[in-house]
Write a protein that binds this ligand. Structure first.
Ligand SMILES: [Cu+2]
Length: 128
């Protein structure tokens, strides 16, 4: 026989019990997230988002020239990272292949007055 249970269902769970249930759910959730990530979501996202190219850049003579090229790269659509070397007369550019390609980036850089050309396009082809 039920005696007075007028307190309602919330009081039936002690705080400790409630906590352990929450923890179990959190662990389950974390495990399922890990499983999804392990199933290949991460590598796919990586491959799709970025490619690298090397541009040869003629005419840079000082840090100011390098800075000008950097500013241009920063404003070029699809470029996510870059490293411009005065010594090597080239730029290492990481870009989103869905938005742009090495030729377009070289054209954009050439607008600074420094003639840029694609030295190495993408990961598949390695040409001098
Ligand atoms: Cu200069």
């Amino acid at each position: 026989m039920d005696r007075d249970r007028g307190r309602g269902p919330d009081d039936c769970l002690s705080p400790l019990l409630g906590l352990s249930i929450l923890r179990r759910q959190a662990v389950k959730k974390a495990l399922s997230v890990l499983a999804v990530a392990a199933l290949g979501l991460v590598p796919v996202a990586r491959a799709a988002d970025s490619a690298k190219t090397i541009l040869g850049i003629k005419g840079m003579t000082c840090g100011g020239c390098v800075a000008a090229v950097k500013v241009r790269l920063k404003r070029t659509e699809g470029v996510s990272a870059y490293d411009v070397s005065l010594e090597k007369a080239e730029a290492n550019v990481t870009y989103d292949p869905a938005k742009t390609d090495p030729k377009k980036i070289a054209e954009s850089v050439s607008k600074t007055g420094f003639e840029a050309s694609v030295k190495e396009a993408g990961d598949s082809k390695k040409t001098k």
